[in-house]
Design a protein around this ligand. Structure first.
Ligand SMILES: *Cc1c(COP(=O)(O)O)cnc(C)c1O
Length: 517
């Protein structure tokens, strides 16, 4: 079966062994000038047992071999700079190069956190300005920039809530979490010492407000809500939800990782949220993925402010800025120094470059998601029909009839030159396809994506085996993801049987020449 492929895909013959396997004795990538200093007796100096004449199995390769090896490997990764990265929930938007330029400016990149504060006024001003921008965007009163990820922001937020309630005399026992929440939310609540009570969504995918009213007791510390939810749906009754909680002395925590759908349009502080985190690495663009780097500032209402992590950025007389660690009610530190400074700089560069235009970025993100939704509706099953915000969630229900599931479709998408969407999340949609194009994509790129998804749907109907055995154009086929997680091989060791070494990586037999690994 021939496949029409509209996008540049990776070189099918591309293959690369480990650098150890390229080694041949005596090759080297450097030449030192003859020694012109007296030879010391290393044995006498260090003791013979510290001395090694060589590192066993250390690769011996030439300069061009080193260069090509790492250059080839660098082309194996998929990146936002190569094409659309519709990984729902992750907001893989374009990272403008000006952010990188600003973060590398001398005076920002070379400062040291132990520098005296009088000599760090510029850096502290950067932080101050970012705090102001984020407070304006969220409609909140105070903020900490310290947490290094969304999940750490959640934990910080819940610790603020706990500290506040404790000070009132009762930390309470439970945190309520809707079933559409991100997996980090329940994990966070447990780590913060709370019991989690799940709230089932109503049939349209929104929080069940009547059920919520029954569940909010004097024992509930907070509701953690993601808005828009992981279904990409805005919680339309959010002010009422806030009132229900506040009437019982409970607080409203908002997971703000989806602020890409709200920025410049509406402010959580205005619709009743008490505390929230932002994912600057998502909404305000940082190259992220593979576990980092991140930054998850927490914005809050005034009554939570005394509990902020130390040090707190304060303004002294004459506009001098200082870091204040002398705060009796603080929950303490959650991260070294002031947080991931380089990322905070990038986020500020992004926000200032857009200015009020940040609203258009939001609108474009929402338009792109809805454009894709409209063009794939009917081709893929849409389990919840309320308007989509910045992402759209389909299910594999139609393709499942032919035995093709969301993972198969995602793998086939790789053959069409796209990074897969998020599979099997959120959990309330069985076989979910979660698609978030972000505002970065042009109509042309969205069209290519739509075409690819339609083509795959047709393949799933006519030739399901083709989709089930995808990807076909990559160096390796289906990876044994469970095996890789449970029994990872993290270190190369010389062996007599090189074929056996990476064997578990291939679940399906490789039809192309076997790689030399
Ligand atoms: C990404 C995300 C998180 C977690 O953020 P990390 O920076 O990965 O810790 C939490 N909630 C939602 C909705 C997210 O999309």
């Amino acid at each position: 079966m021939t496949t029409k492929i509209n996008k540049a895909t990776r070189h099918t013959s591309q293959n690369e062994g480990l650098i150890f396997e390229k080694s041949s004795p005596g090759k080297r990538a450097f030449e030192l000038p003859p020694l012109d200093v007296p030879i010391v007796d290393a044995n006498a100096l260090l003791g013979a047992h510290h001395r090694h004449d060589g590192v066993e199995h250390f690769p011996e390769v030439s300069e061009i071999e080193v260069l090509r090896h790492f250059t080839r490997l660098s082309t194996w990764n998929y990146a936002i700079d190569l094409g659309m990265y519709p990984l729902g929930s992750c907001t893989m938007k374009y990272n403008p190069r000006v952010n990188e330029f600003v973060a590398r400016l001398e005076g920002l990149a070379t400062e040291h956190p132990y520098q005296p504060q009088e000599l760090s006024q510029g850096c502290l001003k950067v932080l101050r300005l970012l705090e102001r921008c984020l407070l304006e965007i969220t409609g909140m009163d105070a903020i900490t920039l310290q947490p290094a990820a969304g999940a750490q922001g959640e934990l910080t937020g819940l610790l603020l809530i706990r500290a506040y309630l404790e000070k009132q005399g009762n930390a309470r026992k439970k945190v309520l979490i809707p079933d559409s929440a991100h997996g980090t939310n329940p994990a966070t609540a447990v780590i913060a010492g709370y019991e989690v009570e799940n709230i089932k969504s109503e049939s349209h995918g929104q929080i069940d407000v009547d059920k919520l009213r029954d569940l909010v007791t004097e024992n509930v510390a907070a509701l953690m809500i993601t808005n828009p939810s992981t279904l990409g749906i805005f919680e339309q009754r959010i002010p009422e939800i806030a009132e229900i909680l506040h009437a019982k002395g409970a607080l409203l925590y908002m997971d703000g990782a989806n602020m890409n759908a709200l920025t410049g349009i509406t402010r959580p502080g205005d619709f009743g949220v008490d505390v929230m985190h932002l994912n600057l690495h998502k909404t305000f663009s940082t190259p992220h993925g593979g576990g980092g780097p991140g930054t998850g500032p927490v914005a809050m209402k005034k009554f939570l402010e005394p509990f902020r992590p130390v040090p707190v950025l304060v303004e002294k007389e004459g506009g001098r800025l200082a870091l204040d660690s002398n705060r009796a009610d603080s929950i303490g530190r959650v991260k070294a120094f002031v947080g991931n400074f380089g990322l905070l700089v990038r986020a500020l560069a992004y926000i200032l470059a857009y200015g009020p235009g940040v609203r258009q970025a939001t609108e474009d993100a929402v338009i792109n998601a809805n454009y894709i939704r409209k063009n794939l509706e009917g081709v893929f099953d849409l389990p919840y029909e309320l308007p989509s915000m910045h992402e759209v969630v389909f299910s594999d229900a139609i393709q499942k009839k032919n035995g093709v599931n969301t993972m198969d479709i995602a793998k086939r998408l790789i053959d069409y030159g796209f990074h897969p969407y998020t599979t099997a999340f959120p959990l309330i949609v069985p076989g979910a396809l979660m698609i978030e194009p972000t505002e970065s994509e042009s109509k042309e790129e969205c069209d290519l994506f739509i075409e690819a998804m339609r083509a795959i749907a047709q393949e799933a109907a006519e030739n399901p085996a083709l989709v089930k055995s995808a990807p076909h154009t990559t160096r390796v086929r289906r990876l044994d993801e469970v095996g890789a997680a449970r029994k990872p091989i993290l270190r190369w060791k010389p062996t007599d049987k090189p074929e056996g070494r990476l064997h578990h990586a291939h679940k399906t037999p490789h039809p192309e020449p076997t790689p030399t690994v």
